[in-house]
Write a protein that binds this ligand. Structure first.
Ligand SMILES: Nc1ncnc2c1ncn2[C@@H]1O[C@H](COP(=O)(O)OP(=O)(O)OP(=O)(O)O)[C@@H](O)[C@H]1O
Ligand SMILES: [Mg+2]
Length: 235
């Protein structure tokens, strides 16, 4: 099983390898040991992250949010094996490309923002709090792989895949949903400061697919944001 591992990326928490799992392109996410943590604590945290990730990948999929198919969880080796989307780009790179190309950027950006808003809303409607909403944790994949050249701006043929659920949890509270949105807003400000209205477009889409407690979520979001502001001002 997966004899040959090719390293794809080394993140802050995990190494990603690509391999072939039962004939399918797969990705192994291996969470490495952190030497600054006590070994027992490190193991507990790692196990928790792996469990969160596996649970939410499955739960989100059941809620109609596309996620990589989960192949295998190996606690001993601190690994998760999942579907690898070979033809994908992160929402982060897509947004950077759209801004760079300058052509049709408003429509493309709007379409992408709408999709992100709808997707986050779907997670929240199912009480899935992602915990690390950033544009690096959203992938764009082709809906119907076509023979013609792949066009990441063709938003009719693109769907989003949510990844990196290690910090996720299940919670129905408006507070946690508000915090999740606030994390996204902060991430967008630091990564896409040349798209100042991106978050509000995402939030508009999020609101328009609203279920019952949207008002409460909005007010919690504003509360958390005000608290954040205060903290920044104090230093
Ligand atoms: N299933 C997948 N298919 C294709 N690419 C993926 C997949 N999972 C992750 N990636 C790519 O690897 C990157 C890192 O993955 P992930 O976010 O799960 O790990 P991470 O620990 O957060 O790493 P980092 O610290 O770099 O954010 C993603 O931003 C994406 O580019
Ligand atoms: Mg990530």
């Amino acid at each position: 099983m997966c004899q040959e591992l090719k390293i794809l990326k080394q993140g802050a928490e995990a190494k990603l390898y690509i391999c072939n799992y039962l004939g399918k392109p797969a990705l192994i996410k291996e969470r490495f040991k952190k030497n600054y943590r006590h070994p027992d604590l490190d193991e507990t945290i790692t196990k928790e992250r792996i469990k969160n990730e596996a649970r939410s990948i499955v739960r989100a999929k059941a809620a109609g949010v596309k996620t990589p198919t989960l192949y295998l969880v190996d606690f001993e080796r601190r690994r998760i094996y999942m579907q690898h989307f070979e033809n994908s780009i992160t929402a982060k790179d897509s947004i950077i490309q759209i801004k760079k190309s300058g052509t049709g950027d408003v429509a493309s950006l709007d379409a992408l923002a709408r999709k992100i808003g709808e997707t986050v809303r779907k997670l929240h409607d199912n009480n899935i709090i992602h915990g690390d909403l950033t544009t690096s944790n959203i992938l764009l994949v082709e809906k119907n792989p076509s023979a013609s050249e792949l066009n990441w701006l063709d938003h009719d043929n693109i769907e989003l895949v949510m990844i990196d659920f290690g910090l996720s949890h299940v919670d129905s509270s408006a507070e946690d949903k508000g915090v999740d949105l606030y994390v996204l807003e902060r991430a967008l400000i630091s990564t896409h400061n040349d798209c100042p209205d991106l978050f509000s477009k995402i939030f508009d889409a999020y609101k328009s697919y609203s279920k019952s407690n949207i008002k409460e979520i909005i007010s919690k979001f504003e509360e958390v944001r005000a608290r954040g502001r205060k903290r920044t001002m104090v230093g």
